[in-house]
Design a protein. Structure first.
Length: 365
């Protein structure tokens, strides 16, 4: 398989003696919090490690029952099985560790095992369950796709994920404030009173800015959470009880919003919408990042707004479990999930069909 000229670091980096010697950041404990500050440049370059395209799921050659329509989320079980939330088809598609299609489950509707749209999908390995956020309610299936129960959210949660113990995390809208705010909430499971982990301003509908900072976060299988509001490049790592254990930051140069970016966005606006809202008020600079993925080891995969060499995809920064800036991933699409030292990246094939690629790692000798 062809190796991508990508900067990378995963399991092999954690065992490498190079990391502690060549990392040029700082890590200082301030009270109960470890503050990690990283330079602009990662530890490893393309001469150290390379990602390889190991597996592709999807594309135009699949049978009709296995074809992907529109990928909303990806979850990966401990054994490498892949669960894909398909919002266009309104179901969850299951593939084995070898990429072979196994079965699908769930459908649109209001009855048991049904949802209006599968927004997020989470694997509860310990319980051998699959949790699906079905827009305003959760639906639980066993690993074979059989319906178990519906879950009513204790709060009006959106974009909900579940950890191994059944705790839920999602965002809620609080309009009691003058301008309104989002709150990142964790609740359920072993948690008593719901935890408020972060807040962020709502989008101003009177003067919408499509490139304004938006809260990014991810829930780890053990219940810890990584979150950040990208006005600055700083990410907070919370333990399962909600306490901040570590902050991770990186020096960076904000990516400018170009006329090309503005025109590309305007092409996505449905006819008539702009007549109601007016022309967007575009920021001059992109936020520090747009997406956070955390794996079971505590590694972070942070998608920025810096363009890769292909001009289409964005660069993803990779941090180890100590918060050190290890490498960059620059090709292939958007990192949706990481598990077992591998990344699961959503992209399109040459014909425009959605695909999920799994990238493995090889070190140069």
């Amino acid at each position: 398989m062809k190796a991508l000229s990508v900067l990378a670091a995963c399991t092999m980096l954690m065992a490498s003696p190079l990391a502690p010697q060549t990392w040029k950041g700082t890590s200082v404990r301030q009270g109960d919090i470890v503050v990690v500050k990283n330079p602009k440049t990662p530890v490893f370059s393309s001469s150290g490690f390379r990602f390889f395209d190991e597996l592709t799921i999807g594309g135009g050659t699949l049978s009709p029952e296995a074809a992907l329509g529109g990928i909303r989320d990806v979850a990966v079980a401990a054994d490498g099985s892949v669960f894909i939330a398909d919002y266009k088809q309104g179901k969850i598609l299951t593939f084995g560790p070898d990429g072979q299609y196994l079965f699908s489950f769930g459908k649109r509707g209001q009855g048991p095992g049904e949802f209006s749209s599968p927004n997020q999908v989470s694997v509860r390995n310990e319980r051998r369950e699959i949790f699906v956020d079905g827009s305003r309610k959760g639906v639980v299936f066993n690993r074979e796709g059989r319906f178990k129960e519906n879950t009513t959210y204790p709060l009006d949660l959106m974009m909900v994920r579940s950890d191994e113990r059944g705790a839920l995390a999602g965002t809620v809208v609080d309009n009691t404030q003058p301008k309104g705010i989002y709150r990142l909430i964790k609740t359920g499971g072993d948690i008593g009173t719901p935890l408020i982990l972060a807040t962020a301003p709502l989008i101003d509908l009177n003067a919408p800015d499509p490139f304004m900072p938006r809260l990014a976060w991810d829930l780890c299988p053990d219940g810890s959470i990584a979150e950040g509001f990208p006005e600055t490049y700083e990410i907070h790592i919370h333990d399962p009880a909600g306490r901040i254990l570590r902050t991770v930051s990186r020096e960076y140069d904000p990516a400018p919003v170009t006329e090309r970016d503005e025109q590309a966005y305007l092409k996505t606006v449905p006819p008539g919408v702009m007549a109601e809202t007016g022309k967007p008020r575009f920021s001059k600079r992109f936020p520090a990042f747009q997406r956070i993925v955390a794996d079971e080891r505590g590694w972070l995969f942070v998608q920025t707004y810096e363009r890769a060499r292909d001009g289409k995809n964005f660069l993803t920064d990779i941090f180890d479990s100590d918060g050190r800036y290890m490498a960059r991933f620059g090709e292939g699409g958007t990192v949706f999930r990481a598990r077992g030292g591998k990344m699961y990246v959503v992209s399109e094939d040459e014909e425009g069909f959605p695909i999920v690629k799994r990238y493995g790692l090889e070190g140069n000798k």
